[in-house]
Design a protein around this ligand. Structure first.
Ligand code: NAD
Ligand code: IPM
Ligand code: MN
Length: 360
């Protein structure tokens, strides 16, 4: 078989703990399906600041560029929270997305039946929830000019939000195409009643919509969307939105699934290359205690298989293994109703590894 190269970036906090479990899954799929992977580890985030003086060392970027896909844990932590912008782990994360041209961030939120009781929402509200947040990832207020200045009332901080037509059009077209492959419903989320970037966003959506006549389109204001996500989550199919709204709404969507520890993501550009990471962060509050749920990272690996490698069989097997382990009642503490019965990060990883099998 041909060898797929994967850059592995564990990062900080629970990053290394969850990535280690995904790597076990990777090995297991080599045995079961005959895939061949070559992994190369690279420093990134806070640990890279400590060891190399920068969150995104040049050699890490090179390792990523030479790979077919990147597996990322999470970065950040209190140790670096008061650093200047250039020396923040999060700046490295924005930098790697930009440098690799990953403008599209797919965040599927699927409610496993057996986890309906793990959510803070009522099970009947969650019934049938299966949505995909398509988040614009390399524009908007995250990447606009930022500065401080003196004002008559003292120091003032400025963040600018900009979007051009091309940036909006490529993400919106991708979202329409994703909707065509699903239940053919697209909610475009903006704040067009206030923001100029949102008015442009909506214009672009309306201009390209006729190219996708089979997709039912609705425009939803972001504040209303935040509410509707809790009121009628199952009615959403694909949600497309700008960078910061997508960041916030996807964490909200995570709680439909029971825990942020369940939410996977794929960050894509024009080609098949992709960066795959859990939606959650480095969770400093539970780091080093074996409490982290590795499922978001393991499901991100399944997205990598399907999206970048075209390994549908392996992707299905990983997802089925996760479902089977959950159905058997195994829970890390974030999704456990009875916390006293919760299992550890590595126990969850081992169970999923053992459940991966070829279909008869
Ligand atoms: P977080 O996602 O790290 O944690 C939020 C809460 O969810 C915490 O209580 C945490 O314990 C819990 N949680 C997160 N992942 C979990 C998992 N896999 N299993 C069980 N529980 C889990 O968000 P935060 O606390 O706001 O941020 C912490 C740090 O992570 C910050 O430095 C932030 O900048 C960074 N961050 C990084 C990424 C990334 O690398 N992609 C994403 C978000 C936040
Ligand atoms: C995420 C994170 C990042 C973001 C932060 C850490 C920069 O919250 O990946 O969702 O806001 O994009
Ligand atoms: Mn986030």
């Amino acid at each position: 078989a041909d060898v797929k190269k994967i850059a592995v970036i564990a990062g900080d906090g629970i990053g290394p703990e969850v990535v280690a479990e995904a790597e076990k899954v990777l090995k297991r799929t080599e045995e079961v399906f005959g895939y061949r992977f070559e992994t190369e580890h690279a420093l990134f985030g806070g640990i890279a600041i400590d060891e190399k003086g920068t969150p995104l060392p040049e050699e890490t970027l090179t390792v990523c560029k030479n790979a077919d896909a990147v597996l990322l844990g999470a970065v950040g932590g209190p140790k670096w929270d008061n650093n200047s912008k250039e020396l923040r782990p999060e700046t490295g994360l924005l930098g790697i997305r930009k440098a690799l041209g990953l403008f599209s961030n797919l965040r599927p939120a699927v409610v496993f039946d057996c986890l309906k009781d793990a959510s803070t929402l009522k099970p009947e509200v969650l019934e049938g929830t299966d949505l995909m947040v398509v988040r614009e990832l390399t524009g908007g207020i995250y990447f606009g000019e930022k500065f401080r200045r003196e004002s008559a009332q003292g120091e003032e901080a400025v963040d600018t939000c900009a979007y051009n037509v091309a940036e909006v059009e490529r993400i919106v077209r991708q979202a329409f195409e994703i909707a065509q492959g699903r239940r053919k419903k697209l909610a475009s989320v903006d704040k067009a009643n206030v923001l100029e970037t949102s008015r442009l966003w909506r214009e672009v959506v309306n201009r390209v919509a006729p190219d996708y006549p089979d997709v039912e389109l609705e425009h939803v204001l972001v504040d209303n969307c935040a509410m509707q996500l809790l009121r009628r989550p199952a009615s959403f199919d694909v949600i497309v939105t700008e960078n910061m709204f997508g960041d916030i709404l996807s964490d909200e969507a995570a709680m439909l699934t029971g825990s942020i520890g369940m939410l996977a993501s794929a960050s894509l550009g024009e080609g098949s290359f992709g960066l795959y990471e859990p939606v959650h962060g480095s969770a400093p509050d539970i780091a080093g205690q074996g409490l982290a749920n590795p499922i978001a990272t393991i499901l991100s690996l399944a997205l990598m298989f399907r999206t970048t490698f075209g390994y549908a069989e392996g992707a299905d097997a990983i997802e089925e293994a996760v479902a089977n382990v959950l159905n058997a009642g195994h829970r890390t503490s974030d999704i456990a109703v009875d916390k006293s019965k919760a299992i550890s990060t590595t126990e969850m990883g081992d169970l999923i590894v053992a459940a991966i099998q070829k279909k008869a």
